[in-house]
Design a binder for this molecule. Sequence first.
Ligand code: DC
Length: 231
Amino acid sequence: MGKEKFIIAIDGHSSCGKSTVAKDLAKALSIAYVDTGAMYRSVTLYALRNNLIINGKVDEEKLIAALGNINVTFAFNASEKRNETFMNGESIEKEIRNMEVSSHVSLVSAIGAVRKQLVEWQRQMGKDTSLVMDGRDIGTVVFPNADLKIFMTASDEVRAQRRFDELTAKGEKVSMDEILNNVRERDRIDSTRAESPLRKADDALLLDNSNMTMGEQFEWIMERLRERNLI
Ligand code: DC
């Protein structure tokens, strides 16, 4: 049994573990994983590097004109055992996760023309292959007919703590307050923006993982896939 080609859409708040579970699913099911947040982060990095964001304002016209110069790809780094994001062939995985990019990405992802282009690239990726894609608008905009839609969340404090642990483990000097504010600010901007705001699709299943382990959450999703005869 199982479906030959299927799409799993995972949306939800920032830092609630979407990408971790999405990667685990992709590995277990031997399907592709697309981190759409990394795509918005890459465009943000491009804008920062090219001085297209000055004093918190994006030069939209120049950025939109430059989108054709940005090619974001993903590859599995076997020696480091993790997915890696590339922009025009350069590994930018580490840079797109820093605070500089994190605090500007909501500005860039609120631009309609940027979203339009990225959504098109994302649909293209799922045209012929099964995949699990995570983001904010996958179940609502990118793949409204996805075979399984999950809307993930966890409390602000739990999410900030996870982000804090992740960044300090990488050696970044950050404060808990700064992280909590960034998490809340991104939620606010993501949910209130005019273009494709973050919201649960009517047919998405709600998954609050504040009190769940990674293993429990993974099993929960696997069970939903089995119920639907997708695997
Ligand atoms: O998932 P993440 O934290 O890496 O995402 C970074 C930002 O990109 C987040 O603040 C919202 C935005 N984003 C979006 O608007 N739409 C998506 N599909 C994915 C991310």
